[in-house]
Design a protein around this ligand. Structure first.
Ligand SMILES: *[C@@H]1O[C@H](CO)[C@@H](O)[C@H](O)[C@H]1NC(C)=O
Ligand SMILES: *[C@@H]1O[C@H](CO)[C@@H](O)[C@H](O)[C@H]1NC(C)=O
Ligand SMILES: *[C@@H]1O[C@H](CO)[C@@H](O)[C@H](O)[C@H]1NC(C)=O
Ligand SMILES: *[C@@H]1O[C@H](CO)[C@@H](O)[C@H](O)[C@H]1NC(C)=O
Length: 374
């Protein structure tokens, strides 16, 4: 081998090995969204097993029980089953922002018995649960100061990906009984997104057997909030459980001319998103059953009973009567975060890494071949 080629190859192989180590220090061997655990029998102490990677250890744990339950719980196993049985991700300590704590959020839930934190009375101000052919979701209104968010936090997105594929929160797991036919058999939800902030929330759990779960639970539109990622008819002060049609995939829209387009979310470096090229389509909901919060959340204490005092019990609304689009508009900024999470960046990061790896493989092959040829 010529000296120049030899020194290039030596330098290249050295830098390639440094780059490989750098990459290894960020990405886990198995992305969180590819880890499977049966609930409750197969739950590990922590789903994240890579404490030496850049973001450090998983803050809490997934193995949760009666000793962990309550206001100090660090349980990071969450549930989305029904209007009276769901959790949201929120911070460990008071007066936090999602952007500062996205890797550490813990589960706050409506039901005791699974080792989590329980929502304080009055936290939930309005909730619409919707079941569609592709997912279940809750969208609603929350006094976010009661779940440790700063009053002015516009929030961001939690999902099982993140720029380093370890999830936000790291190791966060989600389960549901929605597809099991009984209330005691849990399905692990591999694709989900939960936007928190601006006094609102949306949490969608995509059917793991659905053909398009990654698209419905997209994680790369982290700056445009609930109204674009989970458009709904949720209304403040109303608690209802509905059937519904599935939304368009987040970021995919049909113009007035019938042309289907894909929205490209600008990077944070370009500043605040001040205009959008489309209004999201709100799918119709049907067979809505309304409740008072007291009927649903008695476990939280009596203060919730005042939240929806005017609703009569178990009123079945006519199909479609709750399709008030205007409420969705008020959600336009829900969870839309300028600080954002790193989910969107994750895609860019991964494709860049793949490109570099592709080049590296060619160069390694070439350098090895040179050794034989010269
Ligand atoms: C309860 O959960 C905690 C936290 O994961 C764990 O350390 C403890 O061993 C569990 N206790 C039982 C009896 O499983
Ligand atoms: C919450 O945090 C903000 C920003 O750090 C601070 O200005 C404010 O005083 C804090 N509020 C409380 C109640 O601690
Ligand atoms: C499961 O629980 C929901 C309420 O969370 C209830 O409406 C439903 O009837 C239950 N299903 C079965 C099969 O027990
Ligand atoms: C929802 O209603 C409650 C009670 O009226 C109110 O305090 C809260 O500001 C409302 N939330 C939003 C986001 O409008």
């Amino acid at each position: 081998m010529y000296p120049a080629i030899r020194s290039f190859c030596a330098a290249f192989l050295l830098s390639a090995s440094i780059a490989t180590n750098a990459q290894e220090s960020k990405y886990p061997a198995t992305p969180l969204a590819s880890k499977h655990f049966a609930y409750p029998t197969g739950i590990p102490y922590q789903a994240d097993t890579d404490p030496n990677l850049v973001r450090g250890s998983q803050t809490g744990y997934n193995l949760c029980n009666s000793t962990t339950e309550g206001p100090n719980s660090l349980c990071q196993t969450s549930f989305l089953c029904a209007i009276d049985d769901f959790c949201l991700w929120a911070p460990i300590n008071p007066n936090s922002t999602i952007a500062d704590t996205e890797g550490e959020e813990v589960a706050w839930c409506t039901k005791p018995g699974r080792g989590t934190r329980i929502f304080p009375p009055g936290a939930l101000q309005g909730v619409q649960f919707t079941r569609t052919p592709d997912y279940v979701q809750v969208v609603g209104f929350v006094d976010q100061t009661l779940i440790n968010l700063r009053p002015d936090d516009s929030g961001g997105e939690l999902d099982p990906h993140g720029a380093d594929l370890r999830g936000n929160p790291l190791g966060g797991l989600v389960y549901s009984t929605a597809w099991s036919g009984d209330n005691n058999t849990y399905t692990q939800v591999l694709e989900w997104h939960n936007f928190m902030g601006g006094g609102q929330f949306c949490f969608k759990a995509c059917d793991p057997l659905g053909p398009n779960a990654p698209q419905f639970c997209a994680h790369n539109y982290d700056r445009i909030g609930c109204s674009y990622n989970a458009p709904s008819n949720a209304q403040n002060g109303t608690f209802e459980s509905c059937m519904g049609d599935s939304q368009d995939y987040p970021g995919i829209y049909t113009g007035t001319d019938g042309v289907v387009s894909t929205y490209s979310q600008p990077p944070e470096s370009l500043g605040v998103i001040s205009s959008m090229p489309y209004d999201p389509k709100v799918p119709p909901s049907s067979n809505c059953v309304q409740y008072t919060s007291a009927q649903l959340y008695s476990a939280l204490g009596t203060a919730t009973a005042t939240a929806s005092g005017t609703e009569t019990s178990l009123t079945s609304t006519q199909p479609g009567t709750s399709t008030s689009g205007s409420q969705t508009k008020s959600g336009a900024s829900a969870g839309a975060s300028q600080t954002g999470t790193t989910s969107g960046a994750g895609r860019v990061g991964v494709s860049t890494v793949l490109g570099v790896l592709g080049f590296a493989l060619v160069a390694v092959f070439w350098c090895r071949a040179e050794i034989f040829l010269f």
